[in-house]
Design a protein around this ligand. Structure first.
Ligand SMILES: Cc1ncc(COP(=O)(O)O)c(C=O)c1O
Length: 286
């Protein structure tokens, strides 16, 4: 039985209840994190808490629990759920107000909710057992505040369904200049002629913790040139390798884009080495 945390209480997930007047429910007025945890140990917990603070500041929501308090809550939640391989979902909304109005209500108590879900240990970088992704491309039709990890994910959800409706598993998004932004639920890396590319961070992309760790690992353990900057559609479509990055996937190879193979349509050598670095250094994180 999954145990959840809701506003100070640990209880069975299916018994956790919030009011329909919660602004998270009515407006998507909240932010969240997903933190991976293997054998009971969180990966890059501090990076996730830092991003949570930025997201909270981005929606002007001040909450009192400190990082230490939040990490204590999460540690206890992990213990209560068996300290195995888990994803932790943590959501904070602006809370419940009596009246539905767009403007922030004066005195609400934020709703803090967390639960865990089982996850598979990520790949060791072995090409035979890699979980690969097929993708389609679309014009990025989300909002202009994608740097905030908001629970208001309908734009991402609709893009994901565009991929699924075409028999693919993810969608690569491009802005009005035909530059790569990210995917519906991942950041994106591209390898072409031995050069690693990933788009620079701005309001069009979520600052992914995995993206950050990947750039750190490449910098520390390889001599690969990594270019953080604009990535054109042409670079993506002629890439030798494309990877998706996210906390629960770490790095996942993209093997097809719009029905055409990426490289030879199998995971590439750069991916195998980068994912192997994750496997070796996953816990060497703040
Ligand atoms: C839109 C989007 N971009 C990127 C990511 C990757 O972020 P992280 O590596 O922190 O999981 C996610 C993860 O959920 C996401 O939803």
């Amino acid at each position: 039985m999954t145990i959840a945390y809701l506003n100070g209480e640990y209880l069975p997930l299916l018994e956790a209840k919030i009011s329909p007047m919660d602004r998270g429910f009515l407006f998507g007025d909240g932010v969240y994190e997903v933190i991976p945890c293997y054998a009971g140990k969180m990966v890059a917990a501090q990076y996730h808490l830092d991003r949570l603070r930025h997201s909270l500041a981005g929606i002007q929501l001040n909450i009192t629990p400190s990082d230490e308090d939040l990490s204590q809550v999460l540690k206890l939640l992990i213990e209560r759920n068996g300290s195995g391989d888990l994803g932790i979902y943590l959501q904070i909304t602006r809370g419940v107000a009596e009246k539905r109005q767009h403007a922030f209500p004066d005195h609400t108590i934020p709703t803090v909710f967390a639960y865990t879900f089982p996850i598979n240990a990520p790949s060791t970088g072995d090409m035979e057992t890699a979980t690969c992704f097929t993708t389609v491309t679309r014009a990025d039709a989300r909002w202009a505040r994608c740097h905030i990890k908001s629970t208001a994910l309908l734009g991402n959800v609709l893009h994901m369904m565009e991929a699924i409706n075409e028999g693919a598993e993810e969608v690569l998004l491009f802005n009005e200049h035909d530059l790569l932004t990210e995917a519906a639920a991942c950041n994106v890396f591209v390898v072409k002629d031995g050069q690693i590319y990933t788009p620079e961070l701005d309001h069009e992309k979520l600052p992914g913790v995995t993206r950050r760790l990947c750039l750190e690992l490449i910098e520390k353990h390889t001599n690969w040139p990594a270019l953080v900057g604009p990535v054109t559609r042409e670079t993506v479509m002629s890439a030798d390798e494309v990877w998706l990055s996210s906390s629960t996937k770490e790095l996942a190879p993209v093997t097809a884009i719009d029905g055409k193979p990426v490289g030879d349509g199998t995971p590439g050598n750069y991916w195998a080495e980068a994912q192997r670095l994750f496997h070796l250094y996953r816990f060497d994180t703040p």
